[in-house]
Design a protein around this ligand. Structure first.
Ligand code: DAH
Length: 349
C-alpha cells in the first residue's frame, strides 16, 4: 500500500518535472501523452484496477484519481505558463514606443541673403520706395550704354562678365534697373509730362542677382545688389544722405555707427561717392567698411530715362547685399553663403 502511495507520488513528481521541462506547447502535449495518453503511465495503472478485489479497487481507484488530478493540474499550470510566455513574447516583438517623437517632414528656412533682402525691402518700403524686379540676362544697352558707359569706356573693364550671344550679358550690377524702371514710369505718366504737369517722383529699389568674373573670399561670380533711385524736381544729395543713414541704422538696429561719403567715380553719376560705415562697438568697431556706391544721377542718364535734366534731378545708390548680410550676421567668408552647407544655413532657419 505504502509502496503504491510512494510510486504514485513519484509519478506525479515525474509528470510535473516532465511538463516543466517541455519548452513548447507541442512538446508539452507529447509529455502529457506519456502520462495521460491511451498507454500512458496513469492510464496503465487505471487499467490494472480491473484485476483487483472490489474493496481494494475502490481505495486504489480513489488514490489514482487523486494522482491524476494532480497531474492534470500540473499540466494546466504548465499550459498556462507557456501561453503566458508566448503572449509576453509576442507583445514584446510587436511593442510600439508611443513616446517616440513622430516623423515630420523636413522644414526649410530662409537663406540669410534672402532674409537680408526682405529686411531691405521692408525698410525702404516703409520710406515709400517701390520694389522692382528685372532680368538677369540684360541687354548691353541697359547694363552699360544707357548708364553713360559706351562700348569703349574704361569703366567696362571693371565689369568683366559672362557674355551671352546677341548683345546680352549677365548683368554686372542692378543699375540697369534705374533705366528700365524710369522708362516705364515716364511712359505711365506721359500725359502729365506732355501737359507740362508735375510727374510723381520715381522712388524705387531693385534688389537682385548680379554677375562678374570674380571669385575669392569676398567676391563671388554671382552676388547680390540692391539699387536705389529717387528722381524728382528737387531731390538732392542731402536726401541721399538722410535716406541712407536711416536705412543703415534700421538695418543694423543701432545708431551707434558713423557713415561717410567718400568722393569716387561712376560713369552714371556726377558727383559720385562711395558710402562707408563704421561701427562704434562690436568686433568690427573702428574699421571703415565700404557698403555702397552712390551719386547724383548723371544728366545723360536722366535723358536716357526720357526726362529733361534741366527739370529732373535725383540720386542713386547700389549696395552689396551679401556684404550687408555678412556684417549683420558676422559671417567672415562670402563663399559660405553659396556652398549650400546645411550646418551653416541651419543657424539662420
Ligand atoms: N553699379 C555700381 C557698381 O556695381 C554701384 C553704384 C554706384 C550704383 C553708384 C549706383 C550709383 O546707383 O549711383 O559698382
Amino acid at each position: 500500500m505504502n509502496d503504491t502511495v510512494s510510486s504514485l507520488a513519484t509519478l506525479v513528481a515525474d509528470a510535473a518535472a516532465a511538463f516543466d521541462a517541455a519548452p513548447t506547447p507541442a512538446e508539452l502535449e507529447n509529455a502529457k501523452a506519456r502520462f495521460l495518453g491511451k498507454s500512458g503511465r496513469l492510464t496503465e495503472l487505471l487499467k490494472g484496477l480491473a484485476a483487483l478485489a472490489p474493496e481494494e479497487k475502490k481505495a486504489q481507484g480513489a488514490r489514482i484519481n487523486e494522482a491524476k488530478q494532480q497531474v492534470e493540474a500540473a499540466l494546466n499550470a504548465r499550459r498556462q505558463a507557456l501561453a503566458d510566455a508566448e503572449l509576453a513574447q509576442q507583445l514584446r516583438a510587436e511593442a510600439l514606443d508611443v513616446t517616440l517623437p513622430g516623423r515630420t517632414p523636413g522644414q526649410g528656412g530662409l537663406h540669410p541673403v534672402t532674409r537680408a533682402m526682405e529686411r531691405i525691402e521692408q525698410i525702404f518700403g516703409s520710406m515709400g520706395f517701390d520694389v522692382a524686379d528685372g532680368p538677369e540676362i540684360e541687354a548691353d544697352w541697359f547694363n552699360f550704354t544707357a548708364l553713360n558707359t559706351p562700348q569703349d569706356h574704361p569703366a567696362r573693364s571693371m565689369h568683366d562678365t559672362f557674355y551671352v550671344e546677341g548683345g546680352y550679358v549677365l548683368r554686372t550690377h542692378t543699375s540697369p534697373m534705374q533705366i528700365r524702371y524710369a522708362v516705364q514710369h515716364v511712359k505711365r505718366h506721359k500725359h502729365l509730362l506732355d501737359a507740362g504737369l508735375p510727374m510723381p517722383e520715381i522712388r524705387v529699389i531693385a534688389p537682385g542677382r548680379t554677375y562678374r568674373v570674380d571669385s575669392d573670399a569676398t567676391h563671388s561670380p554671382m552676388f547680390h545688389q540692391v539699387e536705389g533711385l529717387w528722381v524728382g524736381e528737387n531731390i538732392s544729395f542731402k536726401d541721399l544722405k538722410a535716406v541712407y543713414v536711416d536705412f543703415i541704422q534700421a538695418f543694423f538696429e543701432t545708431k551707434d555707427l558713423e557713415i561717410r561719403f567718400r568722393p569716387s567715380y561712376f560713369p552714371f553719376t556726377e558727383p559720385s561717392a562711395e558710402i562707408d560705415m563704421k561701427f562704434a562697438t562690436g568686433p568690427l568697431a573702428g574699421r571703415w567698411l565700404e557698403v555702397s556706391g552712390s551719386g547724383q544721377v548723371h544728366p545723360q542718364v536722366i535723358r536716357n530715362m526720357g526726362l529733361d535734366p534741366e527739370r529732373y534731378i535725383g540720386f542713386a545708390f547700389g549696395s552689396g547685399i551679401d556684404r550687408l548680410a555678412m556684417l549683420r550676421y558676422g559671417v567672415n567668408d562670402l563663399r559660405l553663403f553659396f556652398d549650400g552647407d546645411l550646418r551653416f544655413l541651419r543657424q539662420f532657419a
